[in-house]
Design a protein around this ligand. Sequence first.
Ligand code: GSH
Length: 236
Amino acid sequence: MATVRSLEVYLDLLSQPCRAVHILLTCNRIPHKVQTVALRKGENRTAEFTKLNPMKKVPVMVDNSFTLTESDAILKYLASKYDIPEHWYPWQPERRARVDEYTAWHHTNTRPHAAEVFILEVLVPIQTSSQVDQVVLDGALAQLDDTLDKLESMFLRRQPFLCGDDITVADLLAVCELMQVRAASGRDVLLKHPQLQRWRSRVQAAVGDSFHQAHAILFTIRDLSSQHLLLQQKTL
Ligand SMILES: N[C@@H](CCC(=O)N[C@@H](CS)C(=O)NCC(=O)O)C(=O)O
């Protein structure tokens, strides 16, 4: 008798790396169950969740009895383990190395610099009922712009996706970070980067509906953010 696999992912779709995992699963129709871990309610700090990930962070994946943390590792595991098109994480060593090259770079460049803008412009004002510190935000935006220039000149030069002619897990990690500010505050950080805008459209087209499914919930943050702005205007 064939064994029935059980794949569970612990996600909060407000989180960029969680959305990357969600998109890979849904656009490839990998059967899975989502366990929502609402970060805003502190559900990542329960004793039960801490047993799964002592770092208290999402995403987490449990495939039968195999537990894995870190979006990068989860995406690559899923692409290697499940029967999905090879382009997501190519087998050929050089093509695979290109994906590893971007994903290593991602965690010290695209992610922290895009996240900083989101934190300063959206999260801090909501959490502390304070106004955006424009000087600090401008500094973060300049740093992000520099990273976006590098994304275009290093990774997107002469190719449609970050790591070659086809979409890979690297594109998912990047696009989810760059969508965070846009969906939450309306600021399109790619405005001055037409090459990256065209890339984002290609990624969206490649994953279809999964893109909107994963990002829909982010607009609730935009509602919270605009309610906060309204409240501030009323109290001025
Ligand atoms: N390097 C990790 C980062 C995971 C991460 O930072 N997750 C955030 C949400 S985006 C989280 O769970 N934060 C909860 C907390 O730190 O309390 C990955 O890529 O999976």
